[in-house]
Design a protein around this ligand. Sequence first.
Ligand code: GLN
Length: 189
Amino acid sequence: MRIGVLALQGAFREHRRMLEACGAEVVEIRKPEELDEVQGLIIPGGESTTIGKLMIEWGLMDKIKTRYNQGMAIYGTCAGMILLCKEIVSSNQPRLALLDATVQRNAFGRQRESFEADLTVPEFGADPVKAVFIRAPFIEQVGPGVNVMAKVKDKVVIAREGNLLVTAFHPELTDDNRIHKYFISMLKK
Ligand code: GLN
């Protein structure tokens, strides 16, 4: 099982460590052709405008879409989630626009720039997921094909649509690897 981690900016090293702890082989992705070697891709948190610009500059935007259409699964955390959504409220920044959802950036407000929450996620069993949110987005609207897996204050923070998985928070900054394992299980199908 080979998984790419987009390594342009942001928290890619933490995803690498987490995936390796789950037994996956990891390739850091900086060049389009590196995507041919992987069955899955993680787009990390960071700054979505910067990552989007670099994706275009480095020729990765179109190649990621091509590989997705060929069956590559993608998991986006935080800025990665923003880049996967079709609509971003009040922004025309570059994006992949694959997930049928509308996302709001920095959505929890200034008071709550960074916070933790315990999430109940039926797919991951009875133990709550301790989620770390950092200037986090949330999804405010989803299309009919999107499965909402968790909410905070009635806002969507984990969602899946086919081969796409998104979380508004950063599981790679905790030692709970259930979401990474879930992503890996999506690749085996
Ligand atoms: N606020 C950032 C953005 O809009 C995302 C923050 C993060 O990835 N932790 O891109």
